[in-house]
Write a protein that binds this ligand. Structure first.
Ligand code: SIN
Length: 393
């Protein structure tokens, strides 16, 4: 599965020439037209970059605060997310020649919460298509649902090449914005190749996190992303990229089981089911669970108190739903900690938070209806545990 940037670069002029002859070139930035993946055309690496020694990084932009336009230069929170086009933002970045040759694909331009799960299916395949041509990909999104978008990519992208997701907490055009710095460092990280085999990583505020473990911890602060208990993978200080830990998955580099079972080419977009999150609280009713079932949910994640506890009313509603074939995953609302055990129709969510567990359950249910298969995926793909005694085998 290894790749050589030099050999790819040698193929680029031939490809670019063929496309030029066909009148298809010149699309440095493209906008995805519809949800239909076969129509995705990733612009080839531009001709001008072919003789450059720099890595080729494609920025796949979807909007968010990073591309936000503020009401004025000091309006940190009064802005319209997803306004500026990435092509223009990349043009404004200084010193790109120190880090990468940068190309752009404008996937969309809106807030992260505006994307559907079906859109993520498209996004994932755009990322994989881009990685057939480019050395690494940066995905820009809003930070609100970056945990979900990042983990969806982590579980579905088939390429081992670097995927870095980034965004910003302040819009592009205010004083003290983090947007250009985050974009710059994300491109630097993707181009460095240092997270090859890591799956998707999140980079904001100079910190590098495994998307499976990271969470948005504050509504406004620029250091909002944290990895509870386990900590960040590393950080970026100017030209230094220091990585001190790897996701457990990286230990399977080059092995067939590095890939997850969730190759989206094997399923139709419409097979991604409804999955809800039911949050427990003091004497919480079973209404949320019954509502999700009425909506047609095939799975429900509970965000329980402490070690995953839910109220007796929720428990009653869960029993009814399990009787109808709904699969449950237990998580904790505390923000960290591992769920163990499970039961009939109930899977322990390990240390996944509720939003991550929901993404895994959506994908698992799209690929299987079998409880034990899905439980196995939570124990294998979802539980990123390291057993040193098995590393050499
Ligand atoms: C969004 O998630 O699109 C808005 C908030 C942000 O980008 O930080």
């Amino acid at each position: 599965m290894s790749y050589s940037r030099a050999s790819r670069k040698m193929m680029i002029p031939i490809l670019a020439l063929l496309l030029l002859l066909n009148g298809m070139s010149g699309a440095f930035a493209a906008v995805s037209s519809s949800a239909s993946i076969p129509s995705v055309k990733i612009p080839p690496v531009p001709f001008a970059f072919k003789s450059s020694p720099l890595p080729n990084v494609m920025v796949i932009a979807s909007g968010g605060t990073l591309a936000g336009k503020a009401a004025d230069q000091t309006s940190f929170q009064n802005y319209k997310a997803g306004t500026y086009l990435m092509e223009d933002l990349v043009k404004q970045l200084p010193d790109k020649n120190k880090i990468a040759d940068v190309s752009v694909y404008q996937f969309g331009n809106k807030g992260s919460g505006g994307y559907t799960i079906a859109d993520l299916y498209d996004l994932s395949q755009v990322v994989d298509e881009a990685l057939k041509l480019y050395d690494g990909v940066v995905v820009t999104t809003g930070t609100d649902t970056m945990e979900e978008i990042g983990y969806f990519l982590d579980l579905t992208v088939q390429s081992e090449k670097p995927v870095v997701i980034t965004g910003a907490m302040r819009p592009w055009d205010v004083i003290g914005t983090d947007a250009p710095a985050n974009l710059y460092n994300a491109i630097k990280l993707a181009g460095s190749g240092k997270t090859t085999w890591f799956g998707t990583v999140l980079m904001l505020n100079d910190m590098i996190h495994a998307v499976r473990d990271v969470t948005k911890s504050n509504a406004h602060r620029m250091d909002t992303f944290e990895t509870p208990i386990m900590g960040a993978l590393g950080y970026i200080d100017e030209s230094e990229i220091r990585i001190y830990r790897a996701p457990a998955r990286a230990l399977k580099a080059g092995k067939e089981n590095w890939k997850t079972p969730f190759d989206l080419k094997k399923i139709a977009k419409k097979s991604l089911p409804i999955v809800g999150i039911a949050y427990n609280g003091q004497e919480m009713s079973g209404g949320a669970i019954r509502g999700f079932v009425a909506d047609g949910a095939k799975g429900i994640v509970t965000a329980g108190t402490g070690a995953g506890g839910i109220s007796s009313q929720m428990s009653e509603a869960r029993k009814e739903a399990i009787g109808k074939g709904v699969i449950f995953v237990t998580t904790t609302r505390t923000g960290s900690g591992t769920m163990y055990g499970g039961g009939e129709g109930i899977i322990a969510g390990d240390s996944l938070n509720a939003q991550h567990a929901r993404i895994l359950l959506i994908l698992a249910l799209a690929f299987s209806n079998d409880f034990n298969t899905i439980k196995g995926w939570f124990e294998g793909v979802g539980t990123q545990e390291i057993d040193g005694s098995k590393l050499a085998s």
